[in-house]
Design a protein around this ligand. Sequence first.
Ligand code: PMV
Length: 365
Amino acid sequence: MKKFEEHLIKEAEKLNNLPSAGREGNVGWESPSNIAFVKYWGKYPRQIPANASISLTLSKAVTRTRVAYQYDPQKTGTSVKFEFEGQRKGDFANRIEKYLSGLTELMHWIAHTEFFVSSENTFPHSSGIASSASAMSALALCLCDIEQEIYQQEYPGDFFRKASFLARLGSGSASRSLYGKMAEWGMTASCKESSDEFAIPVPELHDAFKGMKDSILIIESGKKKVSSSLGHDLMKSNPYAKLRFEAAEENMQQLCKVMQSGDLGGFIDIMENEALSLHAMMMTSSPGYVLMQPNSLEAIHRIRDFRGRTGLSIGFTLDAGANVHVIYPEKQSENIRQFIDNGLKVLCEHGTIIHDEMGNGPVRI
Ligand code: PMV
């Protein structure tokens, strides 16, 4: 077992004398999604990543989650009711219940609590924005708040680190949504404090990256054809997996350097290499699959052509889907926004583009 998890289990054991008084209350958090520049793709049991990753925390794409809870030490059992945007969702409630039952060793009180979770997203459903990252980080933060209320004491350690750990168990990329600006998750030689168990905020960020923009081209909305859990799983038998994990570590090290020096050209090279490598892994899995669409490729060509002609620092990245994230610095946003509207909008489904940017991380609501 990993070090931080052992520490959390010991802390939970110390709190083993469950508070005898029942308690009920409401907590709420708003938490953002994120887009990775170095991608996490492939994992070991209990959501330990095969390589380190780094991401931009978004600002407008957030999940708002409220949890009403009822803790009663006399009753045993966890129950969950879940509502998404006002509609009861039984399948999600079951998923949350499964997630919570996996946490009882770390949070004994969960086994005596009823939860009513209600959640909403500010971004359209199936838009290719990672909703699991914002949703799981918001839920993890709510759990940390409920724990503080039940025990009537503040968590003595780093609250966000614990929330990042819990969010990771729900969805790996969610571990990075706990911090503003940029976050790093996974052991890497480029960062001494890095851990496979939780994410940390990226400490040094050159001015060139502040306020970074992400315009998301919705090439195709709709449910993912291949889930990321299946994608991660297929990496186990991918013949290029070992090389990929090594290349990701190399990219982490290079990216950390360019983020300190402010080398936007170097940044774009690494970011685009990462996006194409992620999709190469999908194509070389068995069975192989292609998530990009003709218009994803057309957008990539147009972005590179525009960059070549103008010398502006515009680049792209992709998540596990067809949509293209156009990444550019705040300082050049005027010219680049014009190009996006005139040159890329036509490639999008119903002309849909979501303009987002670097955000400040979660807030209590
Ligand atoms: O957190 P998961 O299991 O949904 O995996 C996310 C994987 C990518 O979004 C493709 C990459 C990443 O690092 O966010």
